[in-house]
Design a protein around this ligand. Structure first.
Ligand SMILES: [Zn+2]
Length: 245
């Protein structure tokens, strides 16, 4: 029996982070300044995953609530409520509606250069970066930037907001030269250790989402059903700001 070092590492990380689950460790967030990353190809041929969240629903739903309608084609009480508010047409109701409307968030598996030992992480980003990435893939000069033999690393520059209320900026530049993802014998290991992104977010039923909405609208009505939302490490404000990053 050989000790499972990856498992031991995970246990240590969980312990060091005060018991936060390994789900928290699955995410990668850029730090201010420059870093190089490599997007890892997924088996289904689409490493740019789209998710739909509602934010601003109070502390009980920090990290956002997956929208049952946009994500799974089921009825969504928050979407219904937000469009009703919008139709009311007052300044207040429209502002609140905007806060509750569904927002897209994008996730890709990545290897962070210099931190290869940490394995594949999940990077969450906003629509601007999503479109940059798709643009690269569709640009014949680059093509499949995730190819394990001939893809390219991406230089990512991240700037924290200087003023209160401003947004962080993410800038992506592909390397000029293509490179391998990793040494041949390591590539397989990397491809086999891509986190299951779906499993990082809690799927909620229509009635659970209804309960979250009711509890948000009337906090005195009692405890909310279900656990704290997504395990994404950021707070609500951060999550909103990152949408524009
Ligand atoms: Zn919704």
């Amino acid at each position: 029996m050989v000790l499972d070092l990856a498992r031991m590492k995970e246990k240590l990380q969980t312990s060091e982070s005060g018991g936060r689950s390994s789900k928290d460790n699955a995410f990668w967030k850029p730090t201010e300044g420059d870093q190089d990353i490599r997007i890892v190809p997924t088996e289904d041929g689409d490493p740019f995953k789209v998710y739909h969240f509602h934010y601003n629903l109070g502390d009980g739903a920090r990290g956002g609530v997956l929208c049952p309608q946009r994500q799974f084609g089921e009825k969504c009480p928050i979407c219904d409520f937000a469009s009703k508010l919008w139709q009311e047409g007052t300044d207040d109701s429209k502002r609140m509606a905007k806060n509750l409307f569904v927002r897209q968030r994008f996730f890709s598996p990545v290897i962070v250069r210099g931190e290869e030992d940490s394995g594949v992480k999940v990077w969450g980003y906003g629509k601007t970066i999503y479109e940059v990435l798709l643009g690269l893939v569709l640009n014949p000069d680059y093509g499949d930037i995730t190819d394990v033999d001939s893809g390219v690393d991406l230089s990512l520059n991240y700037t924290l907001p200087k003023a209160k209320g401003a947004f962080p900026q993410t800038n992506l530049v592909p390397k000029r030269k293509s490179s391998v993802l990793a040494k041949k014998d390591v590539v397989k290991e990397i491809l086999n250790s891509i986190p299951e992104i779906d499993s990082l977010f809690q799927r909620r039923s229509t009635s659970d989402v209804q309960a979250i909405l009711e509890s948000f609208l009337d906090p005195s009505a009692g405890p909310m059903i279900g656990d704290v939302g997504v395990s994404a490490p950021s707070g609500v404000d951060d999550a909103i700001k990152e949408l524009s990053a």
